[in-house]
Write a protein that binds this ligand. Structure first.
Ligand SMILES: NC(=O)c1ccc[n+]([C@@H]2O[C@H](COP(=O)([O-])OP(=O)(O)OC[C@H]3O[C@@H](n4cnc5c(N)ncnc54)[C@H](OP(=O)(O)O)[C@@H]3O)[C@@H](O)[C@H]2O)c1
Length: 309
């Protein structure tokens, strides 16, 4: 691997299958899926709206006509939907890569059908369950990799989310809750990697963050949609101060394909890790707290009703 890393380093991925969550057009998942397809991987586009999956598939095929694409419907904010998706995904056979990319940022307060706060449900508990359900297929590939997309915002978390997730806290604070969900992404990654290693599974877990990237994240969080009215204004404002979504996907692609040990964390190498070519980056001591990692794992197993690995 040379530094700085770029997608030119991605080798031939023919024969490999990657599943990317949250691949809606213009987001990091779309650009991650596109680049993986460009290098020959079969890519499973996993999102909650079939029409959006079709739209992304069309956009990927416009650039990579021979792309091997599958579409999997999954709403990560519903544990039942994730369970159904887990069953449907069995048809894909061995999985080489799972990219837990889908996420929401700072939406209005909402509890999911499972009684969980929406950000923790979408950003952590849904992906936790999906990963557990796909683990046999990741293991079967003989070289499974799980990449989870975190954020610099994990640094804002004062504590790990270790309370009962079904018991509402006092007043809802959207940014601290987002920060904790992104801290959870790192706690999950490091614990998964350790557990897989201690059981001798051929699966490693890595994390990445995109700095600040011009996606629909702000618009989706504020308005619940990615275009039209206020959403389009927020989108334009975000793009004006961000690196492109395409560049934002580079750290994710580095974590997904570079020769790196499990537990690695990739992010942009520029000032403040806001943008720039990717490199290995650090995280807060809280994210490396093994007691918090273990405790979150146990809480997550109880919450989603699945014990693994
Ligand atoms: N953009 C940044 O600057 C930035 C910075 C740090 C971290 N991140 C992280 O990057 C990841 C990708 O976000 P993005 O920036 O690409 O934002 P985005 O454009 O809003 O994309 C988010 C994706 O997640 C999907 N999603 C949301 N809720 C879902 C659910 N319940 N079930 C299934 N899919 C769901 C969205 O689907 P719909 O289209 O159906 O809503 C969309 O495909 C997130 O984890 C985010 O926290 C982004």
């Amino acid at each position: 691997m040379t530094e700085p890393w770029s997608p030119a380093e991605i080798g031939d991925l023919t024969g490999r299958t990657a599943l990317v969550t949250g691949p809606s057009l213009g987001g990091l998942g779309h650009h991650t899926a596109l680049e993986l397809a460009r290098h020959g991987a079969r890519v499973v586009l996993a999102g909650r709206t079939r029409a959006k999956l079709d739209e992304t598939a069309q956009a990927v095929r416009a650039e990579v006509p021979a792309a091997a694409l599958e579409k999997l419907v999954v709403d990560l904010a519903s544990l039942d939907s994730v369970r159904r998706a887990g069953q449907d995904a069995a048809a894909y056979g061995p999985l080489h890569l799972l990219v837990n990319n889908a996420g929401v940022m700072a939406p209005a307060y909402q509890r999911t059908v499972d009684g969980l706060e929406l950000q923790m449900a979408t950003n952590h508990f849904g992906p936790f369950l999906l990963t557990g359900l796909l683990l046999p297929q990741l293991t079967e590939s003989g070289e499974g990799r799980v990449v989870t997309v975190s954020s610099q915002m994990h640094r804002r978390a004062r504590t790990a989310p270790l309370d009962d997730p079904r018991t509402p806290r006092g007043s809802y604070k959207r940014w601290p809750e987002y920060a904790e969900s992104k801290l959870a992404n790192l706690l999950f990654t490091f614990e998964l990697d350790r557990r897989a290693r201690s059981r001798g599974l051929p699966v490693k877990a890595l994390a990445a963050h995109p700095g600040i990237s011009g996606t629909h994240l702000v618009a989706n969080g504020r308005t619940g949609r990615s275009a039209g009215g206020l959403a389009s204004i927020l989108d334009a404002a975000t793009k004006a101060v961000s690196q492109s979504a395409e560049r934002g996907a580079w750290p994710v692609l580095m974590a997904a394909t570079a020769d790196l040990p499990g537990g690695s964390y990739c992010g942009p190498g520029g000032f403040g890790q806001l943008s720039g070519p990717p490199r290995l980056v650090g995280c807060t001591p809280l994210a490396r707290d093994e007691m918090a990692q273990r405790r979150l794992w146990e809480i997550s197993e109880q919450t989603v009703g699945l014990t693994y690995p």
